[in-house]
Design a protein around this ligand. Structure first.
Ligand code: GRF
Length: 199
């Protein structure tokens, strides 16, 4: 069985990237990691990928005159690696509609809220401010409109008394690390059925 090559894009620690790579160590997984790319060269996630034996590439977005220049370099790296699926995992650059449209239907992202609630940034603080009883993460297909693509999986956790944005984020990460790999397995196998996880 030929496994689908997956590129993982990061901007930080890469904990979701590490969970995806670890899950793909199972040879029965329909996908395999072909490259990890970070827009910030100094992040720990690149060394994490290299230690896992995955090609790791730093593309410092500050080295390019504009988004188009950065995305042309990103395209070259993705094509060089033969990526057929792109997983955004803590990737903090907004991709242009042109880039997304060219690869639409093959890009996933994980967002730390139960979309369509709380798109955008600072979701943990906003969930607390809204008095939510639950929080969660969503894996969705990336479309030109931010955090709005078709939902492919969601994990739900409780909001506990005394929670802060930091304690919520810390409790959510393990749920993300279960959700994203499970969704990628389905997605790489061509299954678009949304997954609901209640860790
Ligand atoms: C996570 O909350 C994820 O949902 C968001 O970025 C945060 C850090 O992810 N996309 P990671 O540890 O860099 O994978």
């Amino acid at each position: 069985m030929s496994r689908v090559p997956v590129a993982i894009l990061i901007s930080g620690s890469g904990s979701n990237m590490a969970a995806l790579v670890a899950d793909m160590e199972d040879r029965a997984h329909p996908a395999r990691p072909c490259v990890v790319i970070s827009n910030r060269p100094e992040v720990a996630g690149l060394a994490r990928a290299a230690r896992a034996g995955v090609p790791a590439v730093a593309l410092d977005h500050r080295a390019f005159p504009d988004r188009a220049g950065f995305e042309a370099a990103l395209d070259r790296e993705l094509d060089r690696a033969g990526a057929e699926i792109i997983c955004l995992a803590g990737f903090m650059r907004v991709l242009t509609p042109d880039f997304v449209t060219r690869r639409e239907g093959r890009i996933l992202n994980i967002h730390p809220s139960i979309l369509p609630l709380f798109p955008g940034l600072d979701t943990h603080a906003r969930v607390l401010a809204a008095g939510m009883a639950v929080h969660g993460a969503t894996v969705h297909e990336v479309t030109p409109e931010l955090d709005c693509g078709p939902i492919r999986g969601q994990a739900v956790i409780p909001v506990l008394p005394g929670d802060t944005p930091a304690t919520l984020a810390k409790r959510l990460l393990p749920a993300e690390h279960r959700l994203y790999p499970a969704v990628l397995r389905r997605f790489a196998a061509g299954d678009r059925t949304p997954l609901a996880l209640f860790p």
